[in-house]
Write a protein that binds this ligand. Structure first.
Ligand code: MLT
Length: 332
């Protein structure tokens, strides 16, 4: 039983006893396995939804992509065949390019940055834009931490060390271009195929946060970790907009309040759990390498080559500048 499951089981079980027989049970797709941010966010959401609705509404998590690959769940929710989904932000970007600002390399530099952006004005603009572009509404934000690079072959500290490695990336243009800026041609691949591809050595490596690498048991098929900080992974909780629109105003408020509570629980979960999970991966035999020279080479190559390429797609350079200045940084 995972930490979050233990933490929440009491609440969920207590409320479950009180659920009316006719409680509406929503299906919540989860891309990752048990033990990571996505499950924690989902459990916290369900507990809060039951509490908010006095047991009238509940949810059931389907882990490990049982309801479809992450990008497919966006389409399913948009067409109303799926209720809720929890997925990595990079898998929403193809449907709502403005959200891509949050996957541009080295824009979000800390958990505080991630929380400030998603819970502030910029986050609200992205929520509105995603409804329009993708037909889904972001009602909560999970925080997973930085995507670290893993591989099965060798310690990687410099851009030069990276050369020759076959690295899986999500089907996300920004991430593909980032690896190209580092001199390699990555392999875009759906999330659900990644474990098998690593196991069968179709690819040598991939990147994902510590929490996700742990939840997906990547330590069984990967040896080396490079502590990169190029993307801080945010995991939105989305609801089908057509489902949301079909709810009464009271239900909508309950869903939104539950999403807010889950967001807070996720932030706390990352703060308390990430260091322990990092240590656990080391105990299981993984080796962590720091990027040389404070990651400067990775940072300079990625920001200079990738940012300008995506200005148009994210809605203009001013969209990135707005994010940077709202974080107290210089415009691009
Ligand atoms: C991906 O690499 O496709 C995603 O980050 C996976 C995830 O949702 O954890």
């Amino acid at each position: 039983m995972t930490y979050m499951t233990r933490l929440l089981t009491g609440t969920v079980a207590a409320l479950a006893l009180a659920l009316p027989a006719a409680a509406t049970e929503y299906r919540v797709a989860v891309g990752d396995g048990a033990g990571g941010t996505q499950e924690a966010l989902g459990l916290a959401f369900i507990a809060a939804l039951e509490e908010q609705s006095g047991g009238e509404m509940t949810g059931k998590l389907f882990l490990n992509g049982q309801l479809g690959d992450e990008q497919d769940t966006v389409t399913a929710a948009a067409t109303g065949t799926l209720d809720f989904s929890i997925l990595a932000i990079n898998n929403i970007t193809p449907f709502s390019p403005s959200v891509g600002t949050l996957t541009l390399p080295y824009v979000i530099l800390s958990q505080d940055d991630a929380e400030a952006i998603t819970q502030g004005e910029v986050g609200q603009q992205m929520i509105d834009q995603t409804i329009e572009d993708a037909g889904v509404r972001i009602i909560g934000w999970g925080y997973s931490g930085f995507r670290v690079l893993t591989n099965s072959k060798k310690p990687v500290s410099t851009v030069e060390d990276l050369q020759g490695l076959v690295v899986r990336v999500p089907k996300n243009e920004i991430m593909i271009e980032t690896y190209k800026s580092w001199g390699i041609n990555p392999t875009p691949m759906a999330w659900g195929e990644t474990f098998a591809a690593l196991q069968q050595k179709v690819v040598d490596g991939q990147d994902n946060p510590y929490m996700t690498n742990y939840a997906m048991k990547f330590d069984e098929v990967q040896k080396y970790i490079t502590d990169l900080h190029y993307i801080f992974s945010i995991e939105p909780l989305i609801v089908s907009e057509s489902l949301f629109e079909s709810m009464s105003e009271e239900e909508q408020q309950q869903v939104l309040a539950a999403g807010k509570a889950a967001t807070q629980a996720s932030a706390e979960f990352l703060r308390t759990e990430e260091a322990k999970i990092r240590e656990e991966l080391v105990n299981r035999g993984m080796e962590i390498t720091q990027p040389a020279n404070d990651e400067q080479e990775f940072i300079e190559l990625a920001t200079s080559a990738v940012w300008p390429k995506f200005y148009d797609q994210i809605g203009g350079k001013e969209v990135l500048d707005n994010v940077l200045t709202s974080l107290g940084r210089e415009p691009a």
